[in-house]
Design a protein around this ligand. Structure first.
Ligand SMILES: [Ca+2]
Ligand SMILES: [Ca+2]
Length: 66
């Protein structure tokens, strides 16, 4: 397991293998930088390559390695 899979797992609270805008918003709140759900959706959209509205592990990894 690489570092980013562990990070992904932490963010993916419901363990469905995808990061939703909701989970991203919750993460930012936990980091002390709360964002609106709208901002979270924009963030997800930026990373979302296959257009399903969620971030999977490959999309997350591609983002971190950029
Ligand atoms: Ca999830
Ligand atoms: Ca996706």
């Amino acid at each position: 397991m690489s570092d980013y899979t562990l990070t992904f797992d932490l963010i993916d609270v419901d363990k469905d293998g995808r990061i939703s805008a909701h989970e991203l918003a919750r993460l930012m709140e936990a980091l002390g930088q709360p964002i609106t759900l709208e901002q979270a959706q924009a963030g997800v959209a930026r990373l979302d390559k296959d257009g399903d509205g969620l971030i999977d592990i490959e999309e997350f990894g591609a983002f971190l390695q950029d």
